[in-house]
Structure formats: structure tokens, C-alpha cells
Design a protein around this ligand. Structure first.
Ligand SMILES: CC(C)(COP(=O)(O)OP(=O)(O)OC[C@H]1O[C@@H](n2cnc3c(N)ncnc32)[C@H](O)[C@@H]1OP(=O)(O)O)[C@@H](O)C(=O)NCCC(=O)NCCS
Length: 179
């Protein structure tokens, strides 16, 4: 049985199943979904990412949850938590992150799931602060951050360390949960 971590009105947030790997790889190859990522992922790279998510669950007990639509049982993408491993000044930190297949955009699913995950993180998981970050012009993602009440830490904006200086996707905004 796949472990369910939380539910919202319309979504189930659970650990990963093998059946998720195919739609996840399709989504990671979609240029629209990957607009603000340095590159699209092929099937192997997408699979390695799921392996990493699974290791994170084993180690920390929480992670980037697979999001499933309650009504149809379709895999939608991920919304969840990740311990930041990047070389950034705001470490140690737990980030909230999301990526949904394009067909699920524009229905409020990301915000609904993100609110559930944030409440779970700061409640049941007792994590004192949650951060989120993205490319400075990823307005859809920033909108989700603001909708769930995260606050822009302007002094915390940073250049993504794994990209060359001056790369068009390097400049990131940092948001934090309100104290
Ligand atoms: C970021 C991402 C998850 C946002 O998806 P989204 O569909 O725009 O976000 P939401 O699910 O919150 O939907 C918001 C919009 O849905 C619409 N909507 C329709 N029905 C709705 C409902 N019942 N409730 C709320 N919003 C609804 C509204 O227009 C709403 O916008 P508004 O808040 O301005 O009214 C999505 O764009 C994505 O996966 N992007 C690629 C990955 C990515 O960039 N991730 C972050 C990088 S770190």
C-alpha cells in the first residue's frame, strides 16, 4: 500500500508508485512545464529524480509528494517538501516546491495542495520555517507562494549556484513562511 501523507479537498498527496514514472517523464519533457528549468529531462533523468525523491522519504519521512486527483486517480505531478542541499546562504532549510502537468494548471490545484503541505509541515511535522524559491520571472509559481502566505525576503534573492553566472535563469527570488 502506498503511504498517503495528506489529503486536501480534491487531491491526495502520497508517496510514489511505479505507475507515476511514465506520466512524470512526459511532464518533465514538456517545454511549457520546464520553461524555468535549465533543461528538460529525458526518461532516464526523470526516473533518477524519482529515485532521489524516494531516498528523501526514507531518510526524512517527508518529501516531494506525488499529487493524485481524487476524482479520477490521475497522477498530476508533485507538491511537497525538500531539504535544501544547494550551496546557498539560507541553508539549512526545508523548501516547499511544486510541478504539475500542464493539463492541471489554472484550477487552483497547486495552491490547494501547497496550502495543505505548508499546514502539515508547520503543524504535524513541526518544521519551524519553510522557504520557497524560483526564477524571478516565474510569476505563476510566485503567485502560489503569495497565495499560501509566504513572504518575499528581498535580501535573500540569490543566484542559483549550479548555473553559470549571468545565465538567464540564474536570478532567483526567495520566499519564507511568516514568523
Ligand atoms: C507553478 C504551477 C504549479 C502553478 O500552477 P497554477 O495552475 O497556475 O496554480 P494554481 O493551481 O494555484 O491555479 C491558480 C489559478 O487557477 C485558477 N482557478 C480556477 N479554479 C480555481 C479554484 N477552484 N481555486 C483557485 N484557483 C482556481 C485561477 O485563475 C487561479 O489564479 P488566481 O489565483 O489568480 O485566481 C504550474 O505553473 C507549474 O507546474 N509550473 C511548472 C513548474 C514550476 O515552475 N515550478 C516551480 C519552479 S521552482
Amino acid at each position: 500500500m502506498t503511504k498517503i501523507h495528506l489529503e486536501t479537498d480534491r487531491l491526495v498527496l502520497r508517496e510514489w508508485q511505479d505507475e507515476d514514472r511514465k506520466p512524470f517523464a512526459q511532464m518533465n519533457g514538456d517545454p511549457m512545464v520546464m520553461e524555468y528549468m535549465p533543461r528538460r529531462l529525458d526518461e532516464d533523468a526523470s526516473g533518477r529524480l524519482v529515485d532521489r525523491f524516494e531516498k528523501h522519504f526514507e531518510k526524512h519521512g517527508y518529501g516531494l509528494y506525488a499529487a493524485e486527483a481524487k476524482e479520477t486517480n490521475e497522477f498530476m505531478g508533485f507538491v511537497g517538501l525538500n531539504n535544501v542541499e544547494l550551496d546557498v546562504p539560507f541553508k539549512p532549510a526545508v523548501e516547499i516546491a511544486w510541478r504539475l502537468s500542464y493539463e492541471f494548471w489554472g484550477h487552483g490545484y497547486a495552491s490547494e495542495a501547497a496550502q495543505g503541505v505548508l499546514d502539515h509541515a508547520m503543524g504535524a511535522l513541526d518544521i519551524s520555517e519553510i522557504v520557497s524559491f524560483t526564477v524571478y520571472d516565474n510569476t505563476r509559481s510566485i503567485h502560489v507562494m503569495e497565495k499560501i502566505g509566504l513572504v518575499h525576503d528581498e535580501k535573500g534573492n540569490f543566484e542559483y549556484p549550479r548555473l553559470p553566472k549571468g545565465h538567464p535563469l540564474a536570478q532567483h527570488v526567495l520566499y519564507r513562511s511568516a514568523a
